[in-house]
Design a protein around this ligand. Structure first.
Ligand SMILES: [Zn+2]
Ligand SMILES: [Zn+2]
Length: 453
């Protein structure tokens, strides 16, 4: 036993058994090829947010655990079992963005500066869910919130913005809308619902039996077939709205009509988080096999107060970036996303040429040109191959002869045309001359290689 331990220890020291370290289960690398799509989605989101006058806010990933317990709710799956919490420090990695955004809004008294704020943020969120297909423990969201406005027109505007973003990304999604009432009318509905569920406990799944007492509204969106069937005849929240909520929700629908936003009422749609009031909505798609939500959100008029802030209403939604990426990858006939290309690749042959080219390339980069070269002195053929892989629009070939004659070979990778170009003078002059040449050849239409999205 001791002997085998010793042998293992020595082997380890010699590096014989070094295991590869892999990413943690549920955490994923996003490789350059896919990042192109991420950047496309993020740029589109920023552009849409600009048009709707949103400003970006960047928030920390770690927050006090209490923030999420107080906002999301103690009796939710997220807070009960899905948060990454450092228990000794009572801090948690954010499982969603709204709570952090509101904490920042309150902490910096943003409401004093202007009455209405339109804020967005994007970044990673963390939930310790069972790692199942497509579920990641670090996932990414785009989050948009309007704080300080209670008018139904604002709800409709936010949904119209979500829809425009999805449309411009080339995705077809349907919008479902519901109202969850307010603290005046929801308790009555909750009571009716609990009574309905209590009379039918035998037909419910184990989770829903428990939820009947902890979070009965969640039973309404249980995915299990038996529960789904059973709630079809459950009391509808839309029949229990108080007069004010009813007026508000009717006005939201009228505003959506006014903006030509198509939607469907879904009285069974509830949110996993306790803080929602009145308008809630979801953008869903059938494109990934089964029906699933791409974006979801709603109004949370009491939450800012609940977190120790002023009495200010709010509404917002979040989009899952991973889901958007999957949907875009799945499409065959959509617009193409431009993959990054480089302006020029310098194929340098021999030590002198490498030395020379590295200075030339620096001068080009200083002037804003994307340029690459290889320091290994490989054969021309292999360097031209690399230029192709990098999607270089041009190459410049410099060997010993070219250095001696002060003339290099300039090749347009699209037309395959070659010509001589002077490499005389200082690097400043040379790089300017090259840039003029690059600007002359502006037809790259066939060269632009796109990746399918
Ligand atoms: Zn109400
Ligand atoms: Zn159930």
């Amino acid at each position: 036993m001791i002997v085998s331990y010793l042998i293992t220890a020595i082997a380890y020291q010699r590096g014989a058994f070094l295991l590869k370290i892999k990413a943690i289960n549920g955490f994923k690398d996003i490789l350059p090829e896919e990042v192109v799509l991420w950047q496309h989605i993020e740029a589109k989101a920023r552009d849409i947010f600009r048009r709707f006058c949103f400003q970006e806010i960047r928030l920390p990933i770690l927050e006090k655990t209490e923030l999420f317990a107080r906002s999301i709710g103690e009796a939710t799956d997220i807070v009960e079992k899905e948060m990454y919490t450092f228990t000794d420090k009572a801090i948690t990695m954010r499982p969603e963005a709204t709570a952090s955004l509101l904490r920042g809004f309150i902490e910096h008294s943003l409401h004093v500066k202007q009455p209405v704020h339109r804020l967005y943020t994007l970044g990673p969120m963390f939930r310790h869910e069972r790692p199942q297909k497509g579920r990641l423990r670090q996932f990414h969201q785009i989050d948009a919130e309007i704080l300080g406005a209670t008018e139904p027109g604002v709800d409709a505007e936010l949904m119209a913005m979500g829809q425009l973003l999805l449309t411009e990304l080339g995705l077809a999604a349907s919008l479902e809308v519901n109202s969850l009432g307010c603290k005046e009318c929801r308790p009555g509905f909750r009571e009716n619902l609990v009574q309905y569920l209590n009379e039918r406990q035998d037909g419910l799944c184990d989770d829903c039996k428990r939820r009947t007492h902890t979070n009965p509204l969640r039973v309404l969106d249980c995915k299990k077939a038996d529960c789904k069937k059973l709630v079809q005849d459950a009391p509808s929240i839309l029949d229990s709205l108080c007069a004010k909520c009813d007026v508000h929700f009717s006005a939201v629908q009228r505003s959506l009509d006014n903006l030509n936003v198509e939607y469907k009422l879904n009285p069974f749609m509830v949110r996993g988080l306790d803080y929602y009031t009145r308008t809630t909505f979801e953008f869903t798609t059938n494109d990934l096999g089964s029906q699933s939500a791409i974006a979801a959100g709603g109004r949370y008029d009491g939450l800012i107060e609940q977190l120790g802030g002023p009495k200010i209403p709010g509404i917002g939604f979040a989009l899952g970036i991973e889901r958007l990426v999957l949907l875009l990858l799945d499409k065959e006939d959509s617009e193409k996303v431009q993959q990054s290309t480089i302006d020029i690749y310098i194929a340098a042959l021999g030590d002198e040429a490498i030395h020379f080219s590295s200075a030339l390339i620096q001068s080009l980069r200083v002037k804003g040109i994307s340029a690459a070269m290889n320091f290994s002195g490989r054969s021309l053929k292999s360097q031209m191959k690399q230029a192709g892989r990098l999607q270089a629009k041009h190459t410049l070939i410099i060997g010993e002869n070219e250095l001696a004659n002060h003339e290099a070979v300039f090749r347009n990778m699209n037309t395959k045309q070659q010509e001589s170009i002077s490499i005389q003078g200082d690097f400043e002059t040379q790089s300017s001359r090259l840039i003029d040449r690059l600007n002359d050849t502006n037809d790259y239409s066939d060269l632009y290689q796109s990746i399918k999205i």
